[in-house]
Ligand binder design. Structure first.
Ligand code: SF4
Length: 446
């Protein structure tokens, strides 16, 4: 974390406890495992703690050269090149190895003269001398860390945009969005893939159990061969009905930031096991933002507009390819347009609820027009009903909403927001208001 002080990562990881893993993080871990194998007996993995400095850390390697103890740090990437193209350590790496040097001195009471960093991509070994200047740099960094820790406010995103391109925290930090929020002229770029390419594992069959073996999840289904999936390929685990998951697998998923969700046999979202609920600092900021009625109304207007437009577009898309478009469908589309014009003028949440109700009533009354006459009668849609749904169409809608709610909860927990604190829906016993709020955007696409 001391190394991250150079960057803004420190606050997100150390204070807000947000961790994500990208390919670079996994590659870094693999490098350490490979080095451990190659170095065999020579490898000395050392975990040290110094109450005096307030530091603790796990050194990559500790070796003795000419009677002197030297900590080594291994980096997967390339070193920094100065103006003369000479290899140098990156500032953050330098601070990290200096901190290890100081930690060894303090914990083991021996003198350290240097630390070394090996950059594997260009096979360069950098010697970093450890002296009074190095000790002072570490002490300053510790003081700065203590100061940052005590603040409830996240520091601004870094000015060095290149850092964000390889930062594993970009999907939760959203630096391009933050820059856009401060400067409407800013042209954001996509820093991470549009879709999470990791799999969502649905365990559907009752009696199936999910366990852990090594760095993999092990899925055991009745009368079927055991399936294993590497953990880095998994984004979520969804347990339907009465499937089981072991405590070890639960702990493993929690440690890897993998959401585990439960859906009832009837297709109802029950809840999530997640330890990423978010730090108190983030909740204070969320509360500050959503405790302002003006903010809430502004967001809610956009939400109702977004949902209504999505529903209207869905009906319009459904007209394509129809030989004859029914008058009911055309009417619904034009009525929705008229209501949508009024939504931005709504002066209260209550009036927005009224507009939303009208939009939904028109949308569902016209939805049946999109179902082809060739579809089997039992799959036709008549009207929206729920708790419990009375036909197949409504059952499918309800099940789709349950999966959507699960995905929204997963996203909320990943970025560390408080799901109970929304801006449009009121707290209810079952679903979290913020999740219900954000679901509105995606419901027509469901
Ligand atoms: S994404 Fe950029 S701004 Fe955010 S923590 Fe990483 S380096 Fe800092």
């Amino acid at each position: 974390m001391i190394a991250e002080l150079i960057q803004c990562l420190f606050y997100l990881e150390e204070v807000e406890e947000l961790y994500t893993q990208n390919a670079a993080v996994f590659a870094g871990r693999r490098l350490h495992v490979e080095i451990e194998k190659q170095e065999d007996e020579a490898w000395e993995d050392l975990y040290l703690e110094s109450a005096e400095l307030g530091l603790r850390g796990r050194m990559d390697a500790l070796r003795t050269r000419d009677g002197k103890t030297i900590p080594y740090e291994h980096k997967r990437g390339r070193c920094y090149r100065d103006e003369q193209k000479q290899p140098q350590a990156w500032e953050s790496d330098k601070l990290q190895i200096l901190a290890y040097c100081y930690l060894i001195e303090s914990a083991l009471k021996i003198t350290i003269y240097e630390g070394r960093i090996r950059y594997h991509a260009d096979n360069v070994l950098i010697h970093v001398p450890f002296n009074e200047e190095g000790r002072n740099a570490v002490l300053e960094a510790i003081a700065k860390a203590r100061f940052i820790r005590s603040s409830p406010y996240r520091p601004p995103v870094t000015n060095n945009e290149r850092l964000c391109a390889s930062c594993s925290l970009a999907p939760v930090c959203l630096p391009e969005e933050a820059r856009l929020a401060h400067n409407r002229e800013f042209q954001p770029i996509r820093l991470f893939p549009k879709d999470d390419e990791r799999q969502i594992i649905h365990i559907l069959e009752p009696g199936t159990s999910v366990g852990k073996t090594g760095e993999q999840l092990k899925i055991t289904r009745r009368n079927q061969p055991v399936e294993t999936i590497p953990i880095h390929e998994i984004g979520q685990v969804v347990l339907h009905s009465f499937s089981q998951i072991s405590t070890q697998a639960l702990h493993f998923c929690a440690s890897q930031g993998i959401g585990v969700h439960f859906i009832s046999g009837g297709g109802r979202y029950i809840g999530s096991f997640d330890t990423r609920q978010g730090s108190i600092q983030r909740r204070i900021r969320q509360y500050g933002g959503l405790n302002n009625p003006h903010n809430c109304l502004k967001l809610a207007r956009q939400l109702v507009t977004c949902r209504g437009q999505g529903q209207r577009k869905f009906l319009m898309r459904g007209q394509r390819g129809m030989k004859v478009v029914s008058a009911k469908l055309k009417d619904a589309i034009s009525q929705m347009k008229a209501i949508l014009k009024q939504v931005p003028k709504a002066q209260s949440i209550d009036s927005l609820l009224g507009f939303e109700g009208k939009l939904a009533a028109i949308y569902f009354s016209a939805l049946s027009c999109l179902v082809s006459p060739d579809v089997a009668p039992e799959l036709h849609f008549d009207h929206r009903n729920r708790r419990p749904p009375k036909d197949r169409f409504n059952s499918l809608l309800g099940f789709g909403y349950a999966l959507l709610l699960k995905d929204i909860m997963n996203a909320i927990l990943t970025v560390g927001l408080e799901p109970a604190l929304g801006f449009y829906h009121q707290p209810r016993s079952q679903a979290s208001p913020l999740a219900l709020d954000l679901m509105e955007i995606f419901q027509p696409e469901n």
